[in-house]
Structure formats: structure tokens, C-alpha cells
Design a protein around this ligand. Structure first.
Ligand code: AMP
Ligand code: MG
Length: 417
């Protein structure tokens, strides 16, 4: 039998709490369970969160070099009135070893992009603005003084902090680390995640459906959501609504994974076994959040089920989407010490009458108009079973707690998915 919960939240029983409080608890739990750093090669670094700052040991660029293919010259040699100038071609410096040429008065050196600038030169004229005349170069269109030269250290200097702990490694950041000669980086280990669906009514896609049965759509949705975060979740066979089988499966997973994600069986029905199990065996940190959809969501430490954290999402597919994006992702970000994600804002494209107390995650379509203004059109099919509306949408629209009539044009937070 599911335990009947007390009416109000206490520090020991975080029940029916505001969404903002749930976020604060998720952050605290994540900080208590922060994962250890590990070293990964750059080829495996994408999407990981940096465990330590990256500080430059080299200046970038490391030496003055050409930004264009052309000729390195002394700007003072160019005619002041803009008429063409003839310079003697004294040699060639290609990208690669420095052949240590000098550009003396009245001469120039052929140069390619990235080649070290020869001593004496201060400017590069691009090839397209010159003509060759035997062993002379005619500069037809004069560059500005210093043009097409990249100065040593103009991007960064030794000692500069290039990346911060908490940064997510994007391709550009991986490239930056490589430019410092780093072959590997210290990142935070990613959480290992076990995924369970629960429910006697569930049938796997590909199998025949009997009376009263529905397809298990949450598992594949959840796996895709997790993979979108760069995680490598492991899906387990669906659990029947049977206390002994649920306990034994979650105990095994609780010993082997950092995070056990379940969906279904976490509400107040006769077959909702998870709250009672986690209250008895673990330590419940969040249960029932004043959000819509997704109110029954539960977060617990495993206790005698093992060292894993247990995040139990509700069964309705749209609740899975909302609770994962709003709380699950926050938890895995926190476990990795990831810097907060940027808040995205948009204007409501249509009016919306909100009649209830909970914070709401509506589904909607998000776009940016020609003037650069971000809009989001709420989908009126707001039931937590309305998968078509979720599939037609690409963002959750965040509406604050409390009833309110939203006029069209009101700015709101959005969570794109
Ligand atoms: P529950 O919280 O277990 O009562 O589930 C709430 C609703 O979500 C019920 O209508 C379930 O049939 C449905 N549901 C639960 N798990 C899944 C699943 N894995 N895929 C699709 N629907 C589900
Ligand atoms: Mg169920």
C-alpha cells in the first residue's frame, strides 16, 4: 500500500513544494553527489564539463604572421600618393619553418597565410592587389600600415584563463585547448544512468497490443533525451507493478549506477509503489512539486537500495518531457558542476488564461521573426498525455505560479527541446 503523505512539507519531508524550492534541493543534492574528475583525450571531450580552468601556457598567435597570401613589405616604402610601387622580390617565406629572411628598404618577401613575418616587414599586401614584373612586385592597391598581419599574443597571452571549470566542451573550446598543445583535458565524469519504465499496461514497440495495453513510449523518449545530453543511458526491461520485482531491480541498479531514472508508479494510485519503497529504503529529498505537468516527481537518495540517486518521473509522456527538461537535466548538470544554462525568453504569440496555482510548462512552437524578436505559440492541447502537441512543439513555455491572464506579447521563459 502506498504511504499516505503528511499534508505539508517539513525539512524531513519535502512534500508538495514550490518549483523553485525543488530546484534548490536538486542543486544541493547534486552538489553533495558531485562526480569525480577524470582525464579524457580531446577526441572524447565533446560535451563533457571541464573540471578545472584551462590557463594558456603559449601566446596565441605564438609569433607575428601573415593573415593573407601575398607579399610582406615595409609600409614606409609605399608611395604616399597611392600610385603603384615597385619592390624587389627578395625571397619566399611559406607557412612552416622560419627561413629567417629580412625585408630591407625597397624589397618584399612572398608570404603565405600563417607564415612568420620576416624581420623588417610590418605589413602584408594581398596577392590580388599586386602584379609580378620579373623579380619585382608592383603593389597596385596599397594596404594600410600593419594590414594583414596577425600579431603575436593578440588572441591570448601566456597566463590568460582560456576556459573555466564548469564550461561545457564545445567544438570551438576543444579547438582552443588543442591550440595550446593540450592532448587531454580534466573533465567531470559523466553520470551513468539506468532507465526503467514501470506499469502492467506497457508493451514494447514492435510487439502486439492486447486489450487495455499501451505502448511504452517513455523509454525511447527518455533515452533520446538523455543521449541528447551526451549521456549513455542503459535501458532495463519494463518493471511490472509488483513490489518484489521493483525492489529487486532497483536494488541492483542502485548499486551499479550513479542515477536511476524511473517513469510511472510515483503518484497516489494503488499500484504506485515507488514513493513507499523509496521512503522505506532511501531518503526522499523531493516529492510532489507544484508544477504542471509532472507534479508527482520524486528525488531520493537510495539508502539501502544503493549509492545511486533515484529520480522517479511520472508516467504521462508529457510529464516525462517536462520533468526531465526542468529537473532531471538540472540534476545531471549539477552532478557535473556545469555552469548554468542561459535563460531563453520569448513573447507569447497568443493570449493564455492560466487558472491554477502551479508553475506550468506549456508546450509551444518557438521562432524568431525578421525583426529578431523571439515568439512562442502555446499549443492549446495541454493535457499531460497529449503527445501530438508535444511532438508539434519545440519548447516548453514557463508560466509562473498562480492564476493569471497572459496577454499576447507577454515575455516568458522558454526551454527549447
Ligand atoms: P502512472 O503514474 O504509472 O499511473 O502513469 C500515469 C499515466 O502514464 C498512465 O496513463 C500510464 O498508462 C501512462 N504511462 C506510464 N508509463 C508509461 C510509459 N512508459 N509509456 C507511455 N505511457 C505511460
Ligand atoms: Mg503505472
Amino acid at each position: 500500500m502506498p504511504a499516505s503523505p503528511p499534508p505539508d512539507a517539513t525539512p524531513d519531508f519535502p512534500f508538495r513544494i514550490p518549483f523553485a524550492d525543488a530546484c534548490a534541493i536538486v542543486d544541493a543534492v547534486a552538489a553533495e553527489h558531485r562526480l569525480q574528475p577524470q582525464t579524457v583525450s580531446l577526441s572524447r571531450a565533446q560535451g563533457h564539463v571541464l573540471a578545472r580552468d584551462v590557463v594558456a601556457t603559449l601566446a596565441q598567435p605564438p609569433f607575428d604572421n601573415a593573415a593573407m597570401d601575398g607579399f610582406a613589405l615595409r609600409h614606409a616604402d609605399l608611395s604616399a600618393d597611392g600610385t603603384p610601387t615597385r619592390l624587389h622580390l627578395a625571397g619566399e617565406q611559406f607557412a612552416g619553418p622560419d627561413v629567417e629572411l629580412r625585408v630591407d628598404a625597397g624589397t618584399c618577401v612572398r608570404i603565405t597565410t600563417g607564415a612568420p613575418l620576416p624581420a623588417g616587414a610590418d605589413t602584408v599586401v594581398m596577392k590580388e592587389n599586386t602584379a609580378l614584373d620579373d623579380d619585382h612586385v608592383v603593389v597596385q592597391l596599397a594596404p594600410r600600415s600593419g594590414q594583414h598581419v596577425r600579431r603575436a599574443g593578440e588572441d591570448s597571452r601566456a597566463g590568460d584563463r582560456l576556459l573555466r571549470a564548469g564550461d561545457t566542451l564545445t567544438p570551438a573550446r576543444i579547438g582552443l585547448a588543442a591550440s595550446q598543445g593540450l592532448a587531454q583535458l580534466d573533465v567531470v565524469r559523466r553520470p551513468t544512468v539506468a532507465v526503467f519504465a514501470t506499469g502492467d499496461e506497457l508493451v514494447e514497440p514492435g510487439m502486439a497490443l492486447g486489450p487495455g495495453q499501451i505502448y511504452n513510449s517513455n523509454r525511447d523518449q527518455l533515452m533520446a533525451l538523455l543521449r541528447a545530453e551526451g549521456l549513455e543511458p542503459v535501458a532495463f526491461p519494463t518493471l511490472p507493478d509488483d513490489a518484489a520485482q521493483v525492489t529487486s531491480a532497483l536494488r541492483h541498479a542502485g548499486e551499479a549506477f550513479d542515477l536511476v531514472l524511473t517513469c510511472g508508479g510515483v503518484s497516489a494510485g494503488e499500484k504506485d509503489l515507488l514513493p513507499e519503497l523509496l521512503q522505506r529504503r532511501g531518503r526522499v529529498r523531493v516529492w510532489k512539486v507544484m508544477m504542471k505537468p509532472g507534479m508527482p516527481v520524486l528525488l531520493a537518495e537510495g539508502g539501502t537500495l544503493g549509492p545511486a540517486l533515484f529520480l522517479c518521473l511520472p508516467g504521462n509522456p508529457v510529464s516525462v518531457l517536462a520533468t526531465w527538461l526542468a529537473l532531471g537535466r538540472r540534476l545531471v548538470d549539477g552532478l557535473q558542476g556545469r555552469a548554468p544554462r542561459p535563460v531563453r525568453r520569448a513573447r507569447l504569440a497568443s493570449a493564455w488564461a492560466k487558472t491554477h496555482e502551479r508553475l506550468e510548462f506549456l508546450r509551444g512552437r518557438w521562432w524568431i521573426d525578421d525583426a529578431g524578436i523571439s515568439w512562442v505559440e502555446p499549443n492549446p492541447a495541454d493535457g499531460s498525455h497529449r503527445m501530438q502537441a508535444a511532438a508539434d512543439s519545440d519548447a516548453l513555455i514557463v508560466l509562473d505560479p498562480g492564476p493569471r491572464d497572459y496577454a499576447a506579447g507577454t515575455p516568458v521563459d522558454v526551454l527549447p527541446y
